[in-house]
Write a protein that binds this ligand. Structure first.
Ligand code: SF4
Length: 292
């Protein structure tokens, strides 16, 4: 991939002359996402693979260094514009895998800050949001959401808060990670120095200003699913968020999709996930969607 990066000066030009494939893009990638209910265009703000979590289920291979260390906003803008036009023009519908669901490929459901690390760790998050807003407007994507998929550790940063306000004005949505109910389980699954309370405080402060999605990955650790007591604690944390004035639009429960680098982190069966979702619904009254 690095060869392509040094060669590509303008990704937009590359798409126009069709000599380069979008898989050569550095910051932008298309996915058909069940959680987005269609085409989601991902914007990777962490090509350096930096994250403040080290989740046991993370699929990012950090033994191989990231392709580039900085986000080039002009290049990101070019790639995003190119990808949107490629999707709208029907080019994406002809690509392998996307050709299996061509009816889902022309409408951009969302543009999602996600990728190989934690998006809020970038120093100029608000500027990145503004760039996406500019492209969304120039490409006439009024209904397309701007989604931030985050571990919530950086939601209290001033620059991130500015970015969230921009998102609020342009169909923004925050998907905040919450995989645990207790500090111990949080540390075991998310392997971070960040305090659990900080995550909860950030989720609450963010959800007091706009409705958020809570996204929770549940899995088996050494063959064991989360204990009943941990699930109970998780529900209590959700209840504390709503009791504190936080608005939770929906809870997304999902599990490991592909084999993880840590062999002891494995997926739950659909029946197990459904059963946990039923408990969360019963204890919290929230809408819970399951994505096996
Ligand atoms: S927060 Fe996301 S990118 Fe970071 S370690 Fe966890 S799964 Fe990987």
């Amino acid at each position: 991939m690095s060869e392509g990066i040094t060669e590509i000066k303008s990704s937009w030009a590359a798409v126009q002359d069709h000599t380069r494939h979008f898989s050569d893009f550095t910051f932008v990638y298309p996915v058909i996402s069940r959680r987005s209910k269609g085409l989601s265009i991902g914007v990777n703000l962490n090509p350096d693979k930096v994250c403040n979590f080290d989740c046991i289920y993370c699929e990012v291979d950090r033994r191989i260094p990231g392709a580039v260390t900085e986000v080039d906003l002009n290049q990101m803008k070019d790639e995003l514009t190119a990808m949107i036009r490629f999707a709208k023009d029907g080019g994406l519908a002809k690509e392998p895998k996307f050709d299996e669901v061509p009816w889902l490929t022309r409408e951009v459901k969302d543009i999602a800050f996600s990728g190989d690390g934690e998006p809020t760790m970038i120093h100029n998050f608000a500027e990145c949001v503004q760039t996406v807003v500019d492209v969304k407007q120039s490409e006439d994507l009024g209904a397309t959401e701007i989604v931030l998929i985050t571990d919530a550790a950086g939601l209290d940063k001033a620059d991130v808060k500015r970015g969230l306000e921009l998102m609020d004005a342009h169909e923004g949505e925050v998907w905040g990670k919450l995989d645990a109910g207790t500090e111990d389980y949080f540390k075991a699954v998310n392997r971070t120095n960040v305090k659990f309370q900080r995550i909860l405080d950030n989720l609450l402060a963010t959800a007091k200003t706009r409705a958020i999605i809570i996204q929770s990955l549940f899995l088996k650790v050494h063959g064991e699913a989360m204990s009943d007591a941990e699930l109970e604690a998780y529900c209590e944390r959700l209840n504390e968020l709503t009791a504190g004035g936080g608005q939770i639009r929906e809870v997304h429960l999902y599990t490991v999709a592909r084999p993880t680098p840590e062999a002891f982190a494995t997926k739950l069966e659909l029946s197990e996930l459904e059963s946990m979702a039923a408990t969360v619904r019963e204890r919290t009254g929230l809408t819970v969607a399951v994505f096996p």
